[in-house]
Write a protein that binds this ligand. Structure first.
Ligand SMILES: Cc1ncc(COP(=O)(O)O)c(C=O)c1O
Length: 359
Protein backbone atom coordinates (compact mmCIF):
# COMPACT_ATOMS: atom_id res chain seq x y z
CA UNK A 1 0.00 0.00 0.00
CA UNK A 2 1.36 3.44 -0.89
CA UNK A 3 1.72 6.06 1.85
CA UNK A 4 -1.14 8.22 0.44
CA UNK A 5 -3.46 5.17 0.37
CA UNK A 6 -2.47 4.23 3.91
CA UNK A 7 -3.12 7.74 5.20
CA UNK A 8 -6.40 7.92 3.30
CA UNK A 9 -7.50 4.77 5.06
CA UNK A 10 -6.78 6.40 8.41
CA UNK A 11 -8.56 9.65 7.59
CA UNK A 12 -12.07 10.26 8.94
CA UNK A 13 -14.43 8.70 6.40
CA UNK A 14 -16.50 11.89 6.21
CA UNK A 15 -13.46 13.92 5.07
CA UNK A 16 -12.17 11.52 2.40
CA UNK A 17 -14.11 13.06 -0.48
CA UNK A 18 -13.09 16.65 0.31
CA UNK A 19 -10.52 18.76 -1.56
CA UNK A 20 -8.57 21.56 0.13
CA UNK A 21 -10.60 24.76 -0.16
CA UNK A 22 -9.15 27.96 -1.48
CA UNK A 23 -9.37 30.54 -4.22
CA UNK A 24 -6.44 30.31 -6.65
CA UNK A 25 -3.46 32.41 -5.46
CA UNK A 26 -1.87 33.36 -8.80
CA UNK A 27 0.78 35.95 -9.42
CA UNK A 28 -1.08 38.11 -11.95
CA UNK A 29 -1.14 41.91 -12.28
CA UNK A 30 -4.83 42.41 -11.41
CA UNK A 31 -6.16 40.33 -8.52
CA UNK A 32 -9.89 40.78 -8.11
CA UNK A 33 -10.85 37.38 -6.71
CA UNK A 34 -10.84 37.41 -2.91
CA UNK A 35 -12.75 40.56 -1.96
CA UNK A 36 -9.83 42.28 -0.26
CA UNK A 37 -9.54 46.06 -0.02
CA UNK A 38 -7.19 46.95 -2.92
CA UNK A 39 -5.57 49.88 -1.11
CA UNK A 40 -2.33 48.93 0.68
CA UNK A 41 -1.52 50.59 4.02
CA UNK A 42 0.12 54.01 3.64
CA UNK A 43 3.70 54.63 4.80
CA UNK A 44 2.24 56.24 7.93
CA UNK A 45 0.10 53.22 8.75
CA UNK A 46 2.94 50.85 7.97
CA UNK A 47 5.07 52.78 10.49
CA UNK A 48 2.33 52.65 13.14
CA UNK A 49 2.07 48.88 12.65
CA UNK A 50 5.84 48.42 12.72
CA UNK A 51 6.05 50.51 15.92
CA UNK A 52 3.30 48.42 17.53
CA UNK A 53 5.15 45.20 16.70
CA UNK A 54 8.44 46.67 17.95
CA UNK A 55 6.75 47.61 21.22
CA UNK A 56 5.78 43.99 21.94
CA UNK A 57 8.83 42.28 20.40
CA UNK A 58 10.59 42.21 23.78
CA UNK A 59 7.68 40.29 25.33
CA UNK A 60 7.53 37.44 22.80
CA UNK A 61 9.17 34.99 25.23
CA UNK A 62 5.79 35.08 27.02
CA UNK A 63 2.44 33.78 25.79
CA UNK A 64 -0.05 36.39 24.62
CA UNK A 65 -3.01 37.64 26.63
CA UNK A 66 -5.20 34.62 25.90
CA UNK A 67 -8.37 36.64 26.38
CA UNK A 68 -7.18 39.49 24.10
CA UNK A 69 -8.78 41.90 26.56
CA UNK A 70 -7.45 45.21 25.19
CA UNK A 71 -8.16 44.24 21.60
CA UNK A 72 -11.71 43.20 22.45
CA UNK A 73 -12.25 46.54 24.17
CA UNK A 74 -10.99 48.38 21.07
CA UNK A 75 -13.27 46.28 18.84
CA UNK A 76 -16.27 46.99 21.09
CA UNK A 77 -15.49 50.72 20.90
CA UNK A 78 -15.35 50.52 17.10
CA UNK A 79 -18.67 48.65 16.87
CA UNK A 80 -20.48 51.07 19.20
CA UNK A 81 -24.10 50.15 20.01
CA UNK A 82 -23.12 50.25 23.69
CA UNK A 83 -21.17 47.01 23.35
CA UNK A 84 -18.47 46.06 25.85
CA UNK A 85 -15.44 43.76 25.66
CA UNK A 86 -17.48 41.05 27.42
CA UNK A 87 -19.76 40.90 24.36
CA UNK A 88 -16.95 40.72 21.83
CA UNK A 89 -14.71 37.80 20.89
CA UNK A 90 -11.81 37.70 18.42
CA UNK A 91 -9.90 35.01 16.55
CA UNK A 92 -7.67 34.44 13.51
CA UNK A 93 -10.13 35.63 10.89
CA UNK A 94 -13.88 35.26 11.05
CA UNK A 95 -13.34 31.78 9.63
CA UNK A 96 -11.86 30.80 12.99
CA UNK A 97 -14.68 32.57 14.82
CA UNK A 98 -17.16 30.51 12.77
CA UNK A 99 -15.18 27.34 13.48
CA UNK A 100 -15.29 28.03 17.21
CA UNK A 101 -19.04 28.71 17.03
CA UNK A 102 -19.61 25.37 15.29
CA UNK A 103 -17.32 23.54 17.70
CA UNK A 104 -19.33 24.89 20.59
CA UNK A 105 -22.87 24.88 19.19
CA UNK A 106 -22.70 22.37 16.32
CA UNK A 107 -20.84 19.08 16.19
CA UNK A 108 -21.87 15.44 15.74
CA UNK A 109 -25.62 14.88 15.82
CA UNK A 110 -26.33 18.57 15.23
CA UNK A 111 -27.10 20.59 12.10
CA UNK A 112 -26.41 23.98 10.61
CA UNK A 113 -28.53 25.65 7.94
CA UNK A 114 -27.47 28.23 5.35
CA UNK A 115 -29.20 29.71 2.32
CA UNK A 116 -27.29 28.99 -0.85
CA UNK A 117 -25.61 30.38 -2.81
CA UNK A 118 -23.70 31.81 0.12
CA UNK A 119 -20.26 31.75 1.71
CA UNK A 120 -18.73 28.37 0.92
CA UNK A 121 -16.88 28.10 4.21
CA UNK A 122 -20.11 27.82 6.22
CA UNK A 123 -20.86 24.30 4.88
CA UNK A 124 -17.17 23.37 4.82
CA UNK A 125 -16.47 24.33 8.43
CA UNK A 126 -19.72 22.60 9.38
CA UNK A 127 -18.46 19.46 7.74
CA UNK A 128 -15.01 19.48 9.36
CA UNK A 129 -16.55 20.08 12.78
CA UNK A 130 -18.85 17.08 12.23
CA UNK A 131 -21.93 19.32 12.00
CA UNK A 132 -24.59 18.18 9.53
CA UNK A 133 -25.17 20.77 6.78
CA UNK A 134 -28.64 21.62 5.54
CA UNK A 135 -28.66 23.46 2.22
CA UNK A 136 -31.41 26.06 2.33
CA UNK A 137 -32.51 28.00 -0.74
CA UNK A 138 -33.06 31.62 -1.82
CA UNK A 139 -35.74 33.39 -3.85
CA UNK A 140 -35.18 33.99 -7.56
CA UNK A 141 -33.59 37.42 -6.87
CA UNK A 142 -31.44 35.89 -4.07
CA UNK A 143 -33.69 37.24 -1.30
CA UNK A 144 -34.61 35.25 1.78
CA UNK A 145 -38.39 35.57 2.02
CA UNK A 146 -38.78 31.82 2.70
CA UNK A 147 -35.93 31.63 5.23
CA UNK A 148 -38.13 31.73 8.37
CA UNK A 149 -40.26 28.89 7.02
CA UNK A 150 -37.13 26.87 6.17
CA UNK A 151 -35.82 27.42 9.69
CA UNK A 152 -39.12 26.22 11.19
CA UNK A 153 -39.05 23.14 8.93
CA UNK A 154 -35.43 22.08 9.60
CA UNK A 155 -35.03 23.26 13.22
CA UNK A 156 -31.24 23.64 12.91
CA UNK A 157 -28.90 24.14 15.87
CA UNK A 158 -27.12 26.95 14.00
CA UNK A 159 -28.47 29.20 11.21
CA UNK A 160 -26.20 31.32 9.01
CA UNK A 161 -27.54 34.54 7.50
CA UNK A 162 -24.88 36.34 5.44
CA UNK A 163 -25.55 40.03 4.94
CA UNK A 164 -24.36 41.38 2.59
CA UNK A 165 -24.26 37.91 1.11
CA UNK A 166 -21.22 36.43 -0.60
CA UNK A 167 -21.25 35.82 -3.61
CA UNK A 168 -24.47 37.68 -4.47
CA UNK A 169 -23.84 40.95 -2.57
CA UNK A 170 -27.44 41.02 -1.34
CA UNK A 171 -28.27 42.62 2.02
CA UNK A 172 -30.90 41.08 4.26
CA UNK A 173 -33.49 43.46 5.76
CA UNK A 174 -33.34 43.56 9.55
CA UNK A 175 -37.00 42.61 9.86
CA UNK A 176 -36.17 39.34 8.09
CA UNK A 177 -33.21 38.66 10.40
CA UNK A 178 -35.62 39.19 13.28
CA UNK A 179 -38.11 36.74 11.72
CA UNK A 180 -35.37 34.14 11.20
CA UNK A 181 -34.31 34.61 14.80
CA UNK A 182 -37.85 34.21 16.07
CA UNK A 183 -38.38 31.10 13.92
CA UNK A 184 -35.17 29.49 15.21
CA UNK A 185 -34.57 27.65 18.43
CA UNK A 186 -30.78 27.57 18.01
CA UNK A 187 -28.02 30.08 17.40
CA UNK A 188 -28.51 32.61 14.60
CA UNK A 189 -25.19 33.78 13.16
CA UNK A 190 -25.37 36.90 11.00
CA UNK A 191 -22.15 37.01 8.99
CA UNK A 192 -21.53 40.70 8.32
CA UNK A 193 -18.04 40.42 6.81
CA UNK A 194 -18.93 43.15 4.27
CA UNK A 195 -21.16 45.34 6.46
CA UNK A 196 -19.04 48.49 6.04
CA UNK A 197 -19.67 48.46 2.28
CA UNK A 198 -23.45 48.42 2.55
CA UNK A 199 -25.37 51.43 1.24
CA UNK A 200 -25.71 54.29 3.72
CA UNK A 201 -28.64 53.71 6.03
CA UNK A 202 -28.44 49.89 5.89
CA UNK A 203 -28.70 48.95 9.57
CA UNK A 204 -26.49 46.26 11.11
CA UNK A 205 -27.88 43.27 13.00
CA UNK A 206 -25.87 44.67 15.93
CA UNK A 207 -28.97 46.78 16.64
CA UNK A 208 -30.92 43.56 17.29
CA UNK A 209 -28.54 42.14 19.91
CA UNK A 210 -30.19 43.50 23.08
CA UNK A 211 -32.56 40.88 24.49
CA UNK A 212 -31.57 38.22 21.93
CA UNK A 213 -28.92 35.96 23.51
CA UNK A 214 -29.12 33.48 20.59
CA UNK A 215 -28.08 36.13 18.06
CA UNK A 216 -24.42 36.45 16.98
CA UNK A 217 -22.96 39.04 14.59
CA UNK A 218 -19.63 38.15 12.91
CA UNK A 219 -17.32 40.79 11.47
CA UNK A 220 -13.78 40.84 10.07
CA UNK A 221 -10.84 43.19 9.55
CA UNK A 222 -10.08 41.41 6.24
CA UNK A 223 -12.33 43.54 4.05
CA UNK A 224 -13.08 47.23 4.72
CA UNK A 225 -10.16 47.46 7.20
CA UNK A 226 -7.69 46.42 4.48
CA UNK A 227 -6.09 43.97 6.90
CA UNK A 228 -6.69 40.53 5.35
CA UNK A 229 -3.08 39.58 6.05
CA UNK A 230 -3.50 40.30 9.77
CA UNK A 231 -6.07 37.49 10.16
CA UNK A 232 -8.45 39.10 12.59
CA UNK A 233 -12.14 38.30 12.78
CA UNK A 234 -14.51 38.98 15.64
CA UNK A 235 -18.07 38.68 16.83
CA UNK A 236 -20.52 40.49 19.03
CA UNK A 237 -23.01 38.49 21.08
CA UNK A 238 -24.28 37.89 24.57
CA UNK A 239 -21.44 37.34 27.09
CA UNK A 240 -22.77 33.79 27.59
CA UNK A 241 -21.89 33.00 23.94
CA UNK A 242 -18.37 34.36 24.51
CA UNK A 243 -18.05 32.20 27.63
CA UNK A 244 -19.05 29.14 25.58
CA UNK A 245 -16.30 29.88 23.05
CA UNK A 246 -13.71 29.91 25.83
CA UNK A 247 -14.40 26.17 26.13
CA UNK A 248 -13.32 25.38 22.58
CA UNK A 249 -10.72 28.01 21.68
CA UNK A 250 -7.12 26.86 21.79
CA UNK A 251 -5.20 28.54 24.58
CA UNK A 252 -3.28 31.58 23.27
CA UNK A 253 -4.90 31.26 19.83
CA UNK A 254 -4.34 34.93 19.00
CA UNK A 255 -0.64 35.82 18.91
CA UNK A 256 0.79 38.89 20.64
CA UNK A 257 1.84 40.16 17.19
CA UNK A 258 -1.67 39.74 15.76
CA UNK A 259 -3.21 41.54 18.72
CA UNK A 260 -0.70 44.42 18.44
CA UNK A 261 -1.15 44.80 14.68
CA UNK A 262 -4.94 44.69 14.93
CA UNK A 263 -4.93 47.32 17.67
CA UNK A 264 -2.65 49.58 15.61
CA UNK A 265 -4.96 49.17 12.60
CA UNK A 266 -7.98 49.98 14.76
CA UNK A 267 -6.30 53.06 16.23
CA UNK A 268 -5.60 54.27 12.67
CA UNK A 269 -8.87 53.10 11.17
CA UNK A 270 -9.70 56.45 9.55
CA UNK A 271 -7.27 55.67 6.75
CA UNK A 272 -8.61 52.29 5.54
CA UNK A 273 -12.22 53.23 6.22
CA UNK A 274 -11.79 56.36 4.11
CA UNK A 275 -11.41 54.03 1.10
CA UNK A 276 -14.85 52.51 1.67
CA UNK A 277 -16.79 55.39 0.13
CA UNK A 278 -14.59 55.36 -2.98
CA UNK A 279 -15.03 51.59 -3.30
CA UNK A 280 -18.81 51.93 -2.96
CA UNK A 281 -18.83 54.53 -5.74
CA UNK A 282 -16.62 52.34 -7.96
CA UNK A 283 -18.93 49.39 -7.27
CA UNK A 284 -21.99 51.32 -8.35
CA UNK A 285 -20.16 52.59 -11.46
CA UNK A 286 -19.07 49.06 -12.35
CA UNK A 287 -22.60 47.70 -11.84
CA UNK A 288 -23.87 50.42 -14.20
CA UNK A 289 -21.17 49.63 -16.75
CA UNK A 290 -21.90 45.89 -16.71
CA UNK A 291 -25.64 46.46 -17.03
CA UNK A 292 -25.03 49.00 -19.76
CA UNK A 293 -23.27 46.24 -21.68
CA UNK A 294 -26.24 43.93 -21.44
CA UNK A 295 -25.06 41.73 -18.58
CA UNK A 296 -27.23 40.62 -15.69
CA UNK A 297 -25.93 41.91 -12.35
CA UNK A 298 -27.08 41.13 -8.82
CA UNK A 299 -27.63 44.22 -6.63
CA UNK A 300 -24.55 44.56 -4.44
CA UNK A 301 -24.08 46.04 -0.99
CA UNK A 302 -20.56 44.62 -0.83
CA UNK A 303 -17.17 45.28 -2.46
CA UNK A 304 -17.76 42.68 -5.16
CA UNK A 305 -20.25 42.10 -7.94
CA UNK A 306 -21.89 38.91 -9.22
CA UNK A 307 -22.57 39.10 -12.94
CA UNK A 308 -23.47 36.88 -15.86
CA UNK A 309 -25.01 34.95 -17.32
CA UNK A 310 -22.44 33.15 -19.48
CA UNK A 311 -22.93 29.95 -21.45
CA UNK A 312 -19.33 28.97 -20.66
CA UNK A 313 -18.19 30.92 -17.62
CA UNK A 314 -15.00 28.84 -17.33
CA UNK A 315 -13.93 30.13 -20.75
CA UNK A 316 -14.66 33.75 -19.77
CA UNK A 317 -12.78 33.33 -16.48
CA UNK A 318 -9.80 31.85 -18.32
CA UNK A 319 -9.95 34.54 -21.01
CA UNK A 320 -9.71 37.25 -18.34
CA UNK A 321 -6.87 35.41 -16.62
CA UNK A 322 -4.98 35.17 -19.91
CA UNK A 323 -5.25 38.98 -20.00
CA UNK A 324 -3.81 39.26 -16.49
CA UNK A 325 -7.11 39.74 -14.63
CA UNK A 326 -7.99 37.18 -11.97
CA UNK A 327 -11.64 37.10 -10.88
CA UNK A 328 -13.64 34.37 -9.12
CA UNK A 329 -15.35 31.51 -10.85
CA UNK A 330 -18.04 30.98 -8.25
CA UNK A 331 -21.75 31.34 -7.60
CA UNK A 332 -24.73 29.99 -9.53
CA UNK A 333 -24.15 28.32 -12.89
CA UNK A 334 -23.07 30.83 -15.52
CA UNK A 335 -22.18 33.67 -13.11
CA UNK A 336 -18.80 35.15 -12.16
CA UNK A 337 -17.76 37.37 -9.26
CA UNK A 338 -15.42 40.33 -9.47
CA UNK A 339 -13.99 42.25 -6.52
CA UNK A 340 -14.04 46.03 -6.83
CA UNK A 341 -10.44 47.22 -7.20
CA UNK A 342 -8.65 50.51 -7.72
CA UNK A 343 -9.81 52.59 -10.70
CA UNK A 344 -6.85 51.24 -12.75
CA UNK A 345 -7.73 47.63 -11.83
CA UNK A 346 -11.40 48.18 -12.66
CA UNK A 347 -10.39 49.62 -16.04
CA UNK A 348 -8.18 46.59 -16.70
CA UNK A 349 -11.13 44.32 -15.85
CA UNK A 350 -13.47 46.24 -18.15
CA UNK A 351 -10.94 46.19 -20.97
CA UNK A 352 -10.33 42.42 -20.58
CA UNK A 353 -14.05 41.64 -20.44
CA UNK A 354 -14.75 43.86 -23.46
CA UNK A 355 -12.12 41.96 -25.47
CA UNK A 356 -13.05 38.50 -24.22
CA UNK A 357 -16.79 38.89 -24.72
CA UNK A 358 -16.74 41.34 -27.65
CA UNK A 359 -18.92 43.74 -25.64
C1 LIG B 1 -19.13 36.12 4.10
C2 LIG B 1 -17.75 35.90 4.59
N1 LIG B 1 -17.55 35.61 5.88
C3 LIG B 1 -16.34 35.41 6.37
C4 LIG B 1 -15.20 35.50 5.57
C5 LIG B 1 -13.89 35.16 6.18
O1 LIG B 1 -13.09 36.23 6.38
P1 LIG B 1 -11.83 36.17 7.31
O2 LIG B 1 -11.61 34.76 7.78
O3 LIG B 1 -10.72 36.67 6.44
O4 LIG B 1 -12.14 37.09 8.44
C6 LIG B 1 -15.34 35.80 4.22
C7 LIG B 1 -14.16 35.87 3.36
O5 LIG B 1 -14.19 36.00 2.17
C8 LIG B 1 -16.66 36.00 3.72
O6 LIG B 1 -16.86 36.26 2.42
Amino acid sequence: MTAPDAIRGLLRADLRHLHPYGAPQLDVPVQLNTNENPYAPSQRLQRAIADAVAAVAGTLNRYPDRDATDLRKDLADYLGHGLTARQVWAANGSNEVIQQLLQAFGGPGRTALGFEPSYLMHPLISQVTGTGWTEGSRDAGYGLSTAPEQVRRHRPDVVFVTSPNNPTGTSVPLALVEEVHDAATGLVVVDEAYAEFARAGTPSALTLLPGRPRLVVCRTMSKAFAAAGTRLGYLAADPAVVDALLLVRLPYHLSTVTQAVARAALANRDEPLATVEALRRSRDDLVGWLRGHGLTVADSDANFILFGVFGDRDAVWQGLLDRGVLIRNTGPKGWLRVTVGTPAENDAFKQALTEECSL
